[in-house]
Design a protein around this ligand. Structure first.
Ligand code: ADP
Length: 254
């Protein structure tokens, strides 16, 4: 197998929405310790749609959770919108996540007792902020939910539920939206629709998106594809890639 193409560590740029420097994450201790991340440095500039790929166990989820402030690194630095998050207390970290980070998960994570409209507005309601009505209307139109707003999640298809989750993630105008296998629970046609919406959020609204995915054809929608292996970034392709090209790289990493 070819030697992995390891990217050089670049200096932090103030334009980065999310940046990691020499991030490590070790689970457990001693002989049974698992080195899930072994010194990851990466910058995500504003308005970029990035995909993180790699074999199972390569550290994708761990990296995403650390970049999003859901988990803490063992060592290293992480900034979101220029603010160092390592070392923040739980209350501050929760507030920063609420203000700066949106999430789109594989299993949608909508609250079953709330309507679509209430789910979309929930992060702002919790923050006691009023939605910008024009922006809310724009998003509801963009995700085609105008006639589903009064429905609860169990009255919606998977694709509709994920569209609710996308509107919920975008409404607070977060610095970054993290996608955790956002198409993983959808059929390919519905998944393609969800990816088109994420793509539009980047192209039309300048949203920064970082998405973990197993799906090469989902990663093919991104502007950049990062490949992890054994807790390290082994390739960083800063351009759109074809799905087949991505599959070839993934095969080479397994
Ligand atoms: P991926 O998302 O690429 O499948 P993960 O980030 O989930 O990879 O896992 C990276 C490594 O860390 C794997 O070896 C996994 O078994 C290990 N790991 C993940 N979470 C934990 C945990 N909570 N405790 C112990 N080991 C873990």
């Amino acid at each position: 197998m070819a030697t992995p193409d390891v990217p050089a560590v670049e200096p932090a740029t103030s334009g980065s929405v999310v940046a990691a420097r020499d991030v490590t994450r070790v689970y457990g201790e001693g002989e049974t310790a698992v080195h899930a991340l072994r010194g990851v440095s990466v910058d995500f500039p504003r308005g970029q749609f990035a995909a993180i790929m790699g074999p199972s166990g390569s550290g994708k989820s761990t990296l995403m959770h650390i970049l999003a402030g859901l988990d803490r690194p063992t060592s290293g630095s992480v900034t979101i919108d220029g603010k160092e998050i390592v070392g923040l207390g739980d209350v501050e970290l929760t507030k920063l996540r609420r203000d700066k980070v949106g999430f789109v998960f594989q299993f949608f994570n909508l609250l079953p007792i709330l309507t679509a409209a209430e789910n979309i507005e929930l992060p702002l309601s919790i923050a006691r902020r009023r939605p910008d009505q024009a922006w809310l209307d724009e998003l509801v139109g963009a995700v085609r939910l105008e006639d589903r707003l009064d429905h609860r999640p169990d009255e919606l298809s998977g694709g509709q539920q994920q569209r609710v989750a996308i509107a919920r993630a975008l409404l607070p105008r977060p610095a970054v939206v993290f996608g955790d296998e956002p198409t993983g629970n959808l059929d390919s046609k519905t998944g393609a629709d969800v990816l088109r919406l994420l793509r539009r959020a980047v192209d039309e609204y300048g949203q920064t998106i970082v998405m973990v995915t197993h799906d090469a054809f989902a990663a093919a929608e991104a502007d950049r594809v990062l490949f992890l292996r054994d807790g390290e970034i082994v390739r960083d392709e800063r351009h759109r890639m074809q799905g087949t090209e991505i599959l070839d790289v993934v095969k080479g990493l397994e």
